[in-house]
Design a protein around this ligand. Structure first.
Ligand code: AHG
Ligand code: MN
Ligand code: MN
Length: 312
C-alpha cells in the first residue's frame, strides 16, 4: 500500500467506529451493525434473482415477489441469532413474532423489500428498519430508539439515526460501510416533490397544496419507491414526499409501522418533519400492525405548508 493510500484509509470511518464515537449504547450499535450486514445478504439475493413473481399475495392483497419473502426470512433468521431482539414485526407477516427468549431489549420492524414492483425495472429499491425499546403498539416517539434504511442502487448506501443525527454510509469494495455524509441537515425548504396517488383521487385541499408547489416551480421526482424517493429528498437536503389520504382510502397507502415511523424518525434527526397532514407521524399511535396513514415528509417549510392547506 502506497503512502497516499494509507493516508486515505486512515481517514475512513466505518459504521461501527462512527456509532462508538457517537456514544450509542453498545447493544444498540451492535444491532444496527448486524442489520446493516443483513442488507448485504439481501442485496446479494437481489443480484441472484431472475426477477420472477412468486404469484401469491401478501396481507395487503398485493402480488408479492419471491424476493420480498427471501428478504423477510433473512432478517427474521439473522435477528433470531442476534441476541438483542425479542420481537420482529414485518410487512410480510400478519402479526409480531417472537425471535428471542423474552429478555432481550429490542423489537425490530421491517419493510424487508421496499419498492418490490420496481425490481424488474432495475430502479433503486431498499430495506426499511425501525428499532423499538417498548411495545410497537404506542406512538413512535415513546417506543422508538433508532431507524435505518438501505438503498440498493448503483451503490449500496445506508442511513441510520439513533438520536445523534442522521448519517449516511456507503458500502465500499471491501464490503465495509464507510461514512459518506455525517450529520445530514435539511434546508428549511427544497425544490423537488414526490406526490403519490392519482390526482383524480386526491381530496381538494391536497390538490390545492400540490398546485401551489407546481406553481412555485417544484420539480417532480417520483420513482414509485419510497426508499429512493425519500433518499433523494434527504441527499438533496430538502423537498417533499407525500402519499395523501385518497377519496376512497382515507388512510392512504403507506404503512405506519414499517415505512412511515422509521423514515419520520430519520427525517426529524435530519432536521425535517413528517406529519399525517395534522399530527406528527411519531405522535400517531399504532394500534394494528398493518395500519396505514397519509404522510407529508421532508423539509420543514413544505410539511408545514401542507398542514396549512389541510386545516384551511
Ligand atoms: P412495497 O414495495 O414495500 O409494497 O412498497 C411500495 C410503496 C412505496 O415504496 C411507494 O412509495 C408506493 O408504494 C408507491 O405507490 P404507487 O404505486 O401507488 O405510486
Ligand atoms: Mn414499502
Ligand atoms: Mn415491501
Amino acid at each position: 500500500m502506497s503512502e497516499s493510500e494509507q493516508d486515505y484509509t486512515r481517514h475512513l470511518v466505518d459504521l461501527r467506529r462512527h456509532m462508538w464515537m457517537a456514544g450509542i449504547e453498545v447493544e444498540l450499535r451492535r444491532l444496527i451493525w448486524q442489520i446493516a450486514v443483513m442488507g448485504k445478504y439481501i442485496s446479494a439475493k437481489i443480484q441472484e434473482s431472475n426477477r420472477k413473481l412468486a404469484g401469491f399475495k401478501n396481507v395487503y392483497g398485493e402480488e408479492q415477489l419471491a424476493l420480498d419473502r427471501i428478504a423477510d426470512e433473512i432478517l427474521k433468521n439473522k435477528l433470531q441469532q442476534s441476541g438483542f431482539v425479542k420481537e420482529y414485526a414485518s410487512e410480510e407477516r400478519e402479526s409480531v413474532v417472537n425471535v428471542g427468549q423474552g429478555k432481550e431489549q429490542y423489537i425490530v420492524t421491517a419493510d424487508p423489500l421496499d419498492g418490490s414492483s420496481l425490481v424488474d425495472t432495475n430502479l433503486a429499491i431498499g430495506t426499511i428498519i425501525g428499532i423499538h425499546k417498548s411495545s410497537v403498539f404506542d406512538c413512535g416517539r415513546n417506543s422508538m430508539v433508532a431507524a435505518l434504511y438501505m438503498t440498493y442502487g448503483p451503490l449500496i448506501t445506508m442511513i441510520y439515526a439513533a438520536g445523534k443525527g442522521a448519517h449516511e454510509f456507503v458500502l465500499d469494495r471491501e464490503g465495509e460501510y464507510v461514512l459518506s455524509e455525517e450529520n445530514i441537515k435539511l434546508k428549511d425548504k427544497g425544490s423537488i416533490f414526490s406526490p403519490g396517488g392519482l390526482r383524480k383521487d386526491w381530496p381538494d385541499a391536497h390538490l390545492q397544496f400540490i398546485e401551489k408547489l407546481e406553481h412555485d416551480g417544484y420539480k417532480l421526482r417520483y420513482s414509485g419507491g419510497f426508499v429512493p424517493d425519500i433518499n433523494q429528498v434527504i441527499i438533496k437536503r430538502g423537498g417533499l414526499f407525500t402519499y395523501p389520504a385518497l377519496k376512497k382510502s382515507p388512510q392512504g397507502k403507506l404503512r405506519l409501522l414499517f415505512e412511515l415511523q422509521p423514515m419520520a424518525f430519520i427525517m426529524e434527526q435530519a432536521g425535517g418533519r413528517a406529519t399525517d397532514g395534522r399530527k406528527d407521524i411519531l405522535d400517531v399511535k399504532v394500534t394494528q400492525v398493518n395500519q396505514c396513514s397519509p404522510v407529508y415528509i421532508g423539509s420543514a417549510s413544505e410539511v408545514t405548508l401542507a398542514g396549512n392547506f389541510l386545516s384551511a
